[in-house]
Write a protein that binds this ligand. Structure first.
Ligand SMILES: [Zn+2]
Length: 640
């Protein structure tokens, strides 16, 4: 399944499309009096026929080393979008559902399936006349292409910075960073805007001009290419939303989320930003005081200085240097540690599968067993390479359907690769990222359902970052870390005191961090909750940045061009913070005992396993024994 060529991927698509079409014909041919279960099963089979090829094409578009496969995956993805749009506008299929009468006491899953399918049909515009549906179809097809162009430009839009002075310009950077960036023959060094270069330079480089220059390169990725593409994306979505009977795109997006309306999203963002501001103000003053120790005349902090200054404050205030924990976090050890933690917590067994083909030599395949039975499979594609997606994400490949389909997923990340005796020491931030992505992975793999549409992460989209942000907590617990984080030279487990320092230091800057997140959330929402012909993304960002943060937009930057979430999440970037509020509440329910298998089992049953089969609000209340509350999150924010 995973060693595709462009030809085999195309063949698979043809075969799966034919099957989906056959199922659709079957649905059309069902008698008017067909049983609800038959109608629903037939419809579910259409989605399932395309599910796998869709999952793999999304993955290959982002990571496949062969350019021909990447382009083919794009075509496959377009073909599936076209089919889905046509299906969403299929009057006959809609009517087959609209006329169903469920008997009292009908199966809960079936009732939910029918209700959600009808809702989605209406949201697709199925009830419009033929001309209206044709317009919607054309807009949807255009959106697929524009969205792909936006993502593609970001992926290809990395930039570089050449430092003529070579290593001399990189004072402050750790030795292994310098080793990984040898000087060229002419003595220069070239840095990329990939996170593996950008983050360390922003944190550690002592030279302000080096940080500034790389910051400028980073914030002009996909610029100017994406400027028009973004305008087109916003305009097309707005047009589509209006055509579907909504005031704007944000209303359409929020409707099927926990938050329900764009106004509620705005209220949430404003309320969080307000709570964070006093903490941010205090931190800002501390950062400025720190800056004045080296630049007594400084009056304000520039955006490329804040991470570096935070690092310096952490050093002086907590005697903590984020480099000091790296010796405990060799890449291999961390991966094995996360796997072992997951095994202990959920009573599963994870085994490396070396016979399953993979798409690149560095990709690893793993099988998950429960009571000796194979229950899931996942892939780790963890190192950067040319043409590969630059961030960290989980790609769902196959949704788990009970008795029929093995759940499968892939983690795509960009960590330094261990080789030739170099253990590839990670920052704690990167360890947290691994736990985060495993949180998504477990959610997808554990949500095995009798219906394809509820399998995997099928919950409301503003709940999806709950399991991932919750699992990050494990990366902060000394008890958990000591199970695997041993010093790569001495073998000594990471000391309690160092973890305490780590936590205090890494949590420093939460106020400014939350404010920055709320800026992104408000920016994304404000691009979509009005007619976009009246706004310029750059001007909007500049205004919001002034209102909501202490940092002004740097002239010449165009962060919006490389803000990938504007496509994938569109108006709903608030999701991360919304989910974090819930995750902090869930964390409290573990009551400090993160390796308590009984609690993990309850969490898995109440929250992970249902996938899309229950409303998120109900799952949360079930696990907590009460509705979600803000208090745990507030306590986290206030903790100095
Ligand atoms: Zn995530």
């Amino acid at each position: 399944m995973t060693n595709h060529t462009a030809d085999s991927l195309r063949q698979l698509l043809d075969c799966q499309l034919a099957e989906a079409k056959a199922k659709l014909d079957e649905l059309h041919g069902l008698p008017v009096a067909a049983a609800p279960e038959t109608v629903a099963r037939t419809y579910d089979a259409i989605g399932r026929a395309l599910g796998d090829v869709h999952g793999f094409s999304e993955l290959f578009m982002a990571v496949h080393p062969d350019k021909a496969v990447r382009s083919c995956a794009e075509e496959v993805s377009q073909a599936i979008s076209t089919f889905s749009t046509t299906l969403g506008l299929d009057r006959e299929a809609y009517e087959a559902f609209a006329r169903l009468e469920l008997p009292a006491g009908a199966d809960e899953g079936l009732a939910r399936f029918v209700e959600h399918t009808l809702r989605d049909f209406r949201r697709s515009g199925v009830d419009q006349d033929e001309a209206g549906r044709a317009e919607i179809k054309a807009l949807q097809e255009k959106l697929t292409l524009v969205g792909q162009a936006f993502d593609r430009n970001i992926m290809a839009g990395g930039r570089s910075l050449r430092l003529e002075e070579g290593h001399a310009a990189l004072s402050g950077l750790p030795q292994d960073f310098l080793d990984a960036h040898p000087e060229d023959e002419d003595g220069s060094v070239t840095l990329s805007t990939d996170p593996t270069d950008f983050l360390p330079v922003l944190l550690y480089a002592q030279r302000d001009d080096v940080r500034r220059d790389l910051f400028m390169e980073f914030h002009t990725r996909a610029y100017p290419e994406n400027q028009e593409v973004l305008a087109d994306l916003l305009a097309t979505r707005h047009e589509l939303a209006v055509k579907l009977g909504y005031e704007h795109w944000a209303h359409w997006v929020c409707e099927d989320k926990m938050i329900r309306t764009a106004d509620a999203a705005r209220e949430f963002i404003e309320s969080v930003a307000k709570r964070a501001r006093p903490f941010g103000e205090k931190e800002l003053a501390e950062l400025l005081a720190e800056l004045r120790t080296t630049d007594p005349e400084a009056e304000r902090i520039e955006p490329w200085q804040s991470r570096h200054l935070m690092e310096r404050v952490k050093k002086s205030r907590f005697q903590f240097d984020s480099q000091s924990v790296r010796p405990y976090f060799g890449y291999r050890k961390v991966i094995e540690g996360v796997l072992a933690t997951t095994e202990a917590l959920y009573g599963v067994e994870v085994r490396r599968n070396e016979s399953e083909p993979v798409w690149h030599a560095s990709v690893e395949c793993y099988d998950v067993f429960e009571s000796g039975e194979l229950t899931a499979r996942f892939y780790l594609d963890m190192f950067p390479r040319e043409g590969k997606y630059k961030h960290a994400a989980m790609f769902n490949l196959v949704g788990g359907v009970r008795g029929e389909a093995l759940p499968q997923a892939a983690l795509v990340c960009n960590f330094p690769e261990p080789k030739d005796g170099d253990p590839a020491l990670l920052l704690h931030d990167q360890v947290t990222t691994i736990f985060h992505e495993f949180g998504h992975l477990l959610h997808h793999l554990f949500a095995v359902q009798p219906w394809g549409r509820f399998a995997g992460i099928g919950c409301e989209w503003d709940f999806v970052e709950v399991p991932s942000q919750l699992y990050e907590e494990w990366a902060w617990s000394a008890g958990v870390l000591q199970r695997f984080a041993t010093h790569h030279e001495t073998g000594e487990p990471i000391p309690d005191a160092l973890v305490d320092q780590l936590r205090a230091a890494e949590e420093y800057g939460k106020g400014l961090g939350v404010m920055g997140q709320m800026l992104y959330a408000m920016f994304a929402l404000s691009l979509y909750d009005r007619d976009p012909s009246s706004i310029s993304a750059g001007d909007l960002l500049e205004r919001l940045q002034k209102e909501m943060t202490f940092f002004e937009r740097v002239p010449g930057t165009a962060m919006e061009c490389a803000f990938g979430h504007l496509h994938g999440y569109s108006a709903s970037y608030y999701t991360y913070m919304w989910s974090l509020v819930i995750a902090k509440d869930f964390f409290g329910a573990f009551d400090g005992d993160l390796m308590d298998a009984e609690r993990a089992r309850r969490y898995r049953e109440a929250v992970l396993a249902p996938g899309g089969a229950r409303d998120a609000e109900a799952m949360a209340a079930d696990f907590l024994g009460r509705p979600v509350a803000f208090e745990a999150w507030e306590a986290w924010l206030a903790r100095a």
